[in-house]
Design a protein around this ligand. Structure first.
Ligand code: UDX
Length: 438
């Protein structure tokens, strides 16, 4: 929404939420999320054509276009628990809109939703008492965290799904005209509603599948002496495969991949397609295997016990340039090591101590301990091992000679992101491990 306000001075964007604390944070000097470049855009548009408020009903009444951008987390209860998307927030939004709406409106699903969710929104709208024509569009968001501003400024494509009726087409054109203020028209593609909804789940499933595929090969590399980065280079130069998303790692994280695959799996099961469901589910299984393999490798290398040993953890967010920790591989690795009674010294340049402790508190009932450090050199002091779990640029530039001096010997280092030069580290004296490298 900030990008729309930034690019379209003639569009008034009002962001509303029932969470007053969240809205206050967006109005303040300290935005609630860390995203490179976002602060500048919000600051310049705020007070001009971008505002934040808790007056949800007034915003609904005033709007020509309403974007629904609420969470659709995996259900944790009842039918479909652990797999299906929880649509209660979408439904609550739809009902609130139906209650306050006056006149013609376009409702845009921005949240990632299972195919046919727009049916839910439409049904709620049709049952309302007020007048006016309502069109429901699907406009999934493909930005990635850490590169959100660039992804929004120059998207590979903008996808808009709508009903194939004259009214539907007109609504699609209205939304297209907003994006067309900065995105070339040929990159704005329009489809029917169901294709648009399903494209988003499919895109995330394909991206996650690439990572699980290269991670599967990384296990074989560690056994055979092949190097996964060399393989990624060799296959990525095939223009049919392409070089992106072939970085083997400790495992993918983030709020989308696992959730959306489970969502896809649930849909397949719902439509009685068990073979399709288990095909996609394997992508998540492979990711769990990769995370587990990494922590087991640390334990095995440290003579099969990490009990009471200090292990420095560098990076806690699910990828660099974000403070988001949702489904971060670091959480899984840390929990596993804590179960084995390790003492973890954790450093991340953006994730707060509060957040790290909240993620790990449930694993602290045994003899495992955590210390959250504000400096990577404090974390490594006296450590038996160092594990790099997020690919923050600053980690590659650390002074490893002095880190080696500070650590206990033998000094083990495990690079879960393949950002370090293992040969150099070994020359310094480290016992150095990467992913998919012997
Ligand atoms: C993803 C999709 O890329 C985006 O289009 C969608 O809108 C939201 O979900 P995001 O989760 O923000 O975006 O980040 P992404 O860059 O896709 O990375 C996801 C995870 O995969 C991270 O943990 C990242 O470290 C990992 N990853 C990515 C790899 O392990 N290897 C790679 O080659 C690429």
């Amino acid at each position: 929404m900030a990008m729309i306000a930034h690019k379209c001075r003639d569009v008034v964007v009002e962001v509303v939420d029932v969470n007053a604390e969240r809205i206050a944070a967006w109005q303040s000097d300290r935005l609630p999320i860390f995203e490179p470049g976002l602060d500048d855009i919000v600051r310049s548009a705020r007070g001009r054509n971008l505002s934040f408020s808790t007056d949800v009903d007034a915003a609904i009444r005033a709007a020509d276009i309403i974007f629904i951008a609420v969470n659709t987390p995996t259900k944790t209860y009842g039918v479909g628990a652990g797999r299906a998307a929880d649509l209660k927030y979408i439904e609550r939004c739809a009902r609130r809109i139906a209650h306050s709406l006056k006149g013609d409106t376009i409702i845009v699903e921005k949240s990632t939703v299972p195919v046919h969710t727009s049916e839910l929104v439409k049904t709620v709208m049709e049952a309302r008492s007020g007048g006016g024509n309502v069109q429901v569009l699907s406009n999934p968001e493909f930005l990635a965290e850490g590169t959100a501003v660039r992804d929004l400024e120059e998207p590979d494509r903008v996808l808009i799904g709508g009903e194939r009726t004259p009214e539907g087409d007109a609504a699609v054109e209205t939304l297209t005209s907003v994006y067309a203020q900065w995105v070339p028209r040929e990159r704005i593609i329009t489809t029917n509603l169901w294709s648009s909804e399903l494209s988003k789940l499919t895109a995330n499933a394909f991206l996650a599948q690439r990572i699980s595929s290269i991670n599967a090969i990384s296990a074989l590399c560690e056994e055979t002496g092949a190097d996964v980065d060399e393989i990624a280079l060799a296959i990525g130069l095939d223009s049919r495969i392409g070089p992106k998303f072939l970085r083997s790692s400790v495992g993918f994280g983030g709020s989308c991949f696992q959730k959306d695959i489970f969502n896809l799996v649930y849909l397949c099961e719902h439509f009685d397609l068990p073979e399709v469901a288990s095909y996609w589910e394997q992508v998540v299984h492979m990711n769990d295997y990769q995370k587990g393999r990494f922590s087991k490798r640390i334990i095995n290398a440290l003579f099969n016990t990490v009990s009471g040993k200090r292990i420095a953890i560098l990076g806690f967010s699910f990828k660099k340039d974000t403070n988001d920790t949702r489904e971060s591989a670091a959480i899984y690795v840390c929990r596993h090591l804590l179960q084995e009674q390790a003492h973890l010294a954790i450093y991340d340049p953006q994730v707060s101590e509060e957040e790290i402790r909240a993620e790990l508190s449930a694993s602290l009932d045994g003899d495992g301990e955590i210390e959250v450090c504000t400096d990577p050199y404090d974390a490594v002091r006296g450590a038996h091992a160092t594990a790099v779990l997020t690919e923050w640029n600053e980690f590659a530039d650390l002074d490893f000679a002095s880190i080696y001096e500070e650590m206990l010997k033998p000094a083990f280092i495990f690079d879960g992101r393949n950002i370090l030069d293992l040969h150099k580290l070994r020359a310094m004296g480290f016992v150095a491990h990467g992913v998919g490298k012997r």
